[in-house]
Design a protein around this ligand. Structure first.
Ligand code: ZN
Length: 379
């Protein structure tokens, strides 16, 4: 079922962005100016706009607000050019001539952070805590302001792409304010197996945009400093799913294998310091009491057997072996035994890939009284 869209222009003409005028059925690669660097050269944020031939909503997609989180950039590249990275070939996913609405893609928000391979901006600040920004503030606030004014406010919907920090990995999942109907609908449309509820930290692009009436979701997928095929595929599939639901492209909707809407989850922490030998992978199903890792001394002898305190599904894992007492080892969503069995069966049958012929998705709301909410832990 397609959604009905009411808040776009009745007359479908060219899209104006800065000095650019983008005709229906065409695209434009341009940039947003964000002041100048210490050598006086213009600092710019690349922006790719695709104006569909027919009227429709405006969807914005932002990546690498955290400069070391690269999967989002890869997702945008693959969305437009396919795996061969050439325009106008068979594996392109988007064609302006057949598309409806407008796509505004920002493949790298934090350009200088990316060049330095770091999360923060060059002034050491986290841009994703400074939205909607300030036109006369510090460098990061100005950058946030430019993006918010020129991209976010012009969008009807926003998808913000992230990864876990380099010490951890995230199984692809969407984060959204599930108490906002429009955000929940967008999160479901994206089509990941797991959706986590959170309103997002103060000053994050997602929270500010959602509070401002622009439904926004965030994709967490994989880890930083690399392009990971599974994350890229998941991101492209999710954006196309959203575009299909919005009526922007005519593509079959790819359902998730199953679905969990999660309110609380459990981080398993190490009691001892040592070297982590993990026995599970992201996306593993674990039973309560199961040994999921060994913490060893420098010679490799186990000093602690880490067991799962719950039965559930692993959505996040530590990826570096150096562990201090209290360090997080695994992030586990609690799942009922019966649902877990269903997950195991569907994952096994699908080779852990989504199946296009899945007819219906059984959905379960998960709440763990002893767990943490994302807003207590998100950083
Ligand atoms: Zn991030």
């Amino acid at each position: 079922m397609k959604w009905s869209i009411s808040n776009f222009m009745a007359e479908w003409g060219e899209f104006t962005f800065g000095d650019e005028k983008i005709a229906p059925g065409s695209s434009c690669q341009t940039s947003i100016e964000v002041g100048s660097d210490p050598l006086g050269q213009s600092s710019e944020m690349p922006v790719h706009i695709i104006r569909g031939a027919r009227e429709g909503p405006t969807l914005a997609v932002t990546a690498a607000i955290h400069g070391d989180e690269l999967n989002g950039t890869g997702i945008i590249h693959h969305l437009i050019y396919g795996a061969d990275h050439e325009a106008g070939t068979k594996d392109d996913h988007i064609d302006a001539k057949t598309m409806s609405g407008t796509l505004i893609l920002v493949p790298v928000v934090n350009v200088e952070g990316m060049l330095l391979q770091q999360r923060h901006s060059t002034d050491g600040r986290d841009i994703n805590r400074l939205f909607p920004g300030k036109p006369d503030g510090n460098h990061s606030q100005r950058l946030a302001h430019a993006l918010f004014e020129q991209v976010v406010k012009r969008a009807d919907y926003l998808i913000d792409l992230h990864t876990a920090p380099y010490t951890r990995m995230n199984v692809p999942h969407v984060r959204a304010d599930l108490d906002k109907k429009s955000c929940k609908r967008l999160a479901r449309a994206f089509g990941t197996e797991v959706i986590l509820h959170s309103v997002g930290p103060d000053g994050s692009i997602r929270r500010e945009a959602s509070d401002g009436g622009i439904p926004t979701i965030l994709l967490e997928s994989g880890t930083s400093h690399r392009f990971e095929p599974e994350s890229l595929e998941c991101g492209v599939r999710g954006i196309l799913n959203v575009m299909a639901k919005l009526g922007m492209v005519e593509k079959p909707y790819q359902r998730p294998r199953w679905r969990l809407l999660v309110r609380r989850f459990r981080w398993v922490r190490s009691a001892a310091g040592g070297l982590l030998h993990s026995l599970i992978e992201g996306g593993a199903s674990v039973k309560k009491g199961e040994v999921i890792a060994h913490i060893t001394d420098p010679f490799g002898s186990s000093v602690e057997r880490v067991t799962s305190p719950v039965t559930g599904y692993v959505i996040g894992l530590a990826t570096t072996p150096l562990v201090r007492p209290g360090d997080p080892i695994a992030n586990i969503v609690i799942v009922r035994e019966k649902k877990l069995q269903e997950i195991i069966e569907k994952d096994t049958a699908a080779g852990r890939r989504p199946r296009e012929h899945v007819e219906a998705v059984e959905e379960e709301e998960v709440e763990d009284d002893a767990g943490s909410t994302l807003d207590e832990t998100e950083n």
